[in-house]
Design a protein around this ligand. Structure first.
Ligand code: AMP
Ligand code: MG
Length: 267
């Protein structure tokens, strides 16, 4: 059965209905990688046009459990993009200064400039995910944040930022293998923290918190994409395609040239 990437706003999202190993159509890893390369090339051109046009921007929000591949996806997307026209921001535990402001303060400061593609590695969604699961603020506070997030994302879209949200969906078994691989490989151990195991123990709580966030914040102006991510090549292919489709639809244009350039010879 075909599995959608997006569902219509208002539909309740249950992650159990989404297979993290799903593949659309008859495509193998080699073909998938070739297509991802193609998409990266197209993105480089589209990103150049967006930069030249200098009117609109794109924000790619990446969320997912530990090891779901947020960093790997960013590496794959960034290939070919002009570093001057894109930004990557990782959101960690808020600093003292950030905590002293509203939860969107640090987020708003990091949204891409006109002409740019901005990528968020984690985002304002942490404020209804980890914050909710660990009860870092009272329910009366986090429960209001879904509406605040929808309004915030609406503000961004009205200001010319296309908001693309991808949830990298992995299975619990796949996470087990990836965490173990980090432990077993000395070059990957730096990525592992014992705290990752505590988070893993609360897997079900996080999945529930994700389901609520994906459902409540799946709006027409900023829909969620549920990206099957147990296979890295398919995850990269899917996100690159979503971004390429988004930019192709935006169809950024070069600014018009100055009059009278025809026939000028530079001496
Ligand atoms: P990593 O992505 O592995 O570098 O880890 C970043 C950590 O920061 C994760 O454990 C997140 O849950 C945590 N984090 C990000 N945003 C927040 C937030 N608003 N409140 C609390 N923890 C956060
Ligand atoms: Mg980590």
């Amino acid at each position: 059965m075909s599995q959608p990437l997006t569902v219509s706003a208002g539909t309740k999202i249950s992650l159990g209905d989404f297979d993290a190993r799903y593949i659309e159509g008859d495509i193998d890893k080699k073909e998938g990688r070739d297509q991802t390369e193609d998409n990266a090339e197209a993105l480089a051109d589209l990103g150049y046009r967006l930069y030249a046009e200098n009117k609109r921007s794109v924000l790619l929000v990446l969320q997912g459990m530990d090891t779901s591949g947020k960093d790997g996806t960013i590496r794959s997307i960034m290939k070919g993009l002009n570093p001057q026209s894109c930004s990557v921001t990782s959101f960690k535990k808020p600093t003292d200064e950030e905590i002293d402001h509203d939860f969107l303060w640090r987020i708003h400061k990091a949204v891409p400039n006109r002409g740019n593609i901005g990528i968020f590695n984690r985002s304002h969604y942490e404020d209804v995910l980890v914050v909710r699961v660990l009860k870092l603020v009272p329910e009366s506070t986090w429960s209001k944040r879904y509406d605040l997030i929808n309004s915030f994302e609406h503000l961004l879209t009205e200001a010319g930022t296309t908001v693309v949200k991808c949830f990298l969906h992995i299975s619990k078994e796949e996470q087990r293998e990836r965490l173990q691989a980090r432990l077993d490989n000395p070059d990957k151990r730096w990525k592992f923290s014992k705290g990752d195991l505590d988070v893993r123990e609360m897997w079900d709580d996080y999945q529930r918190a994700y389901e609520v966030a994906l459902t409540k914040c799946n709006t027409d102006h900023a829909p969620w994409h549920i990206v099957p991510s147990d296979r890295k090549w398919y995850r990269n292919l899917t996100v690159s395609k979503i971004l390429r489709d988004t930019l192709e639809k935006m169809n950024p244009q070069f600014p018009s040239e100055e009059d009278g350039l025809e026939g000028i010879t530079v001496v």
